[in-house]
Write a new protein. Structure first.
Length: 175
């Protein structure tokens, strides 16, 4: 009696299961790619905002500590939250002067040499900064100023912002 050779190959059901597994895996990879592209775009925007804020912080180092009006604390009411820990710049559609000491429009009339306002606005960003005066030893002499630079931009249906905080030491005080 002749023996029958074992069947070779795949059945139709096995092939369909393999195709389904491949399809699920491919859809997962496409989803990962989409998330990666979105995160890359978000990182690019955050990097631009950080560069704009860092440019302002760097420019502030050259401003005259005692006479430059851009370094004055014109709104002491916001000193308790000078760095926007309440996320007002992210949640409010319109940021009012109650939330900041200085804004974009004050830069160029005062000899600004950093990133031009037109460039910042064309990219969709706006710069604000808050000043809080510091008297560490409570002797009535200011040791310096805490500065929070806030760069804000709009996205679909929401606002985003980054905050850089720095300290400007009073040059008349020696530590």
């Amino acid at each position: 009696m002749a023996r029958r050779a074992p069947a070779r190959g795949f059945t139709l059901v096995e092939a369909m299961v393999a195709m389904a597994v491949l399809l699920i895996g491919t859809l997962g990879l496409i989803s990962l790619h989409t998330v990666g592209v979105r995160m890359n775009a978000d990182a690019r925007i955050m990097t631009q905002a950080t560069d704009i804020a860092q440019d302002l912080v760097t420019q502030m180092q050259g401003w005259n500590y005692t006479t430059d009006p851009r370094l004055l604390n014109v709104n002491p009411a916001n000193d308790a939250d000078f760095s926007d820990t309440a996320f007002d710049f992210q949640t409010l559609d319109v940021v009012t002067a109650a939330n900041y000491d200085h804004e974009e429009g004050e830069l160029e009339p005062n000899g600004w040499t950093g990133i031009p306002t037109a460039t910042v606005q064309a990219l969709g960003f706006t710069r604000y900064w808050n000043i809080a005066e510091v008297d560490f030893d409570q002797n009535g002499v200011l040791q310096g100023r805490r500065v929070a630079v806030i760069v804000r931009w709009g996205e679909v249906g929401r606002w985003r912002r980054i905050v850089l905080v720095t300290y400007l030491q009073n040059p008349q005080i020696a530590f």
